[in-house]
Write a protein that binds this ligand. Structure first.
Ligand SMILES: [Zn+2]
Length: 307
């Protein structure tokens, strides 16, 4: 019994070390970031990973998302370039490591908040990865919420709302009511040009293509003008309305293909040609940067067939 325990510990240590070596050997150097003013005391940091919102109050700073682990130091530098107030809160839009990858390094200096499903996904899957190497360190948010949570700081309010599944099962939309601005995480992508909404439904972490438009309908009940998307340039409410319509058109088209008995390669070809999904050169496993959409296509086919 004792020997077995020791064996398990050694095995766990070996696996952890392996993951750590893979992580440190494969971690990319951080890319350059920039900060721009959105409105009032609200700024956006972009350049790599997901967009980060920076809300400055006279009692401290609230961030929405914190990019990859590798961007941590530069994010702090960018925040310092607009305020000398301390960082107080980080709200995650979801758990992917291009949005919440900096959580572990934020935990000692700020309160990290996420939807309860986002935290559960992190606990469950033990990898936040979207682009980074398996083994990326995970920081579990200390505070979670179900439907709504507000941070009141320096006379200002930041409100995190949950409207249902879409990109994952734990997508928070963050509302700055005084400024009429929202941060949507990856429920909305501020694309310019392109052929259609290149969305990613993360089935492994509870996402749903079918629920996505209903969730956006909830988002559209908020009173806002400007939008910080998960990725891409600052957008408007009209852009979200158009994106919602495009997602619906895409879903109806694919569901019709499945109803007509078209097979997975045919559906994937449309996703590649018309929606920018990458499948050529993607292995079925392990999770590979840019391949996760393709690697979850069985779940997509199953959900389309149910409709
Ligand atoms: Zn994401």
């Amino acid at each position: 019994m004792k020997r077995k325990t020791l064996g398990s510990i050694l095995l766990a240590a070996f696996l952890l070390q392996g993951a750590w070596v893979a992580y440190t050997q494969n971690q990319k150097p951080p890319g350059p970031l920039r900060i721009q003013k959105i409105k009032g005391d609200l700024f956006m940091i972009s350049g790599e990973g997901g967009n980060v919102a920076v809300y400055v109050t006279n009692e401290g700073v609230v961030l929405v998302d914190d990019m990859f682990d590798r961007n941590h130091a530069d994010i702090l530098t960018q925040v310092k370039s607009v305020t000398d107030k301390p960082l107080r809160y980080v709200i995650n839009t979801h758990q992917h490591d291009d949005h919440a990858g900096g959580d572990l390094k934020m935990l000692p200096i700020a309160e990290v908040i996420a939807h309860k499903n986002a935290r559960a996904n992190l606990v469950d899957i033990k990898q936040p990865y979207y682009e980074d190497t398996p083994g990326t360190p995970i920081g579990l948010p200390r505070v979670t919420f179900s439907d709504e949570l507000s941070v009141h700081l320096g006379g200002k309010e930041v409100r995190a709302k949950y409207f249902g599944r879409g990109h994952t099962s734990g997508d928070a939309v963050v509302y700055f009511p005084d400024l009429r601005v929202i941060h949507t995480g990856d429920l909305f992508l501020g694309q310019r040009g392109g052929k259609g909404p290149n969305i990613y439904v993360d089935y492994a972490q509870g996402g749903s293509f079918m629920d996505w438009t209903k969730t956006l309908d909830g988002v559209l009940t908020l009173d806002f003008d400007s939008v910080i998307p998960g990725h891409g340039p600052v957008s408007t409410k009209a852009d979200v309305i158009k994106f919602r319509a495009d997602v619906e058109t895409m879903r109806n088209r694919l569901a019709a293909m499945v109803r007509q008995g078209r097979n997975k390669p045919e559906v994937l070809k449309v996703l590649e040609d018309d929606y920018g999904w990458r499948s050529t050169g993607c292995p079925l496993t392990p999770p590979t940067a840019g391949c996760l959409q393709f690697q979850q296509s069985d779940a997509l086919m199953a959900e389309l067939a149910k409709n």
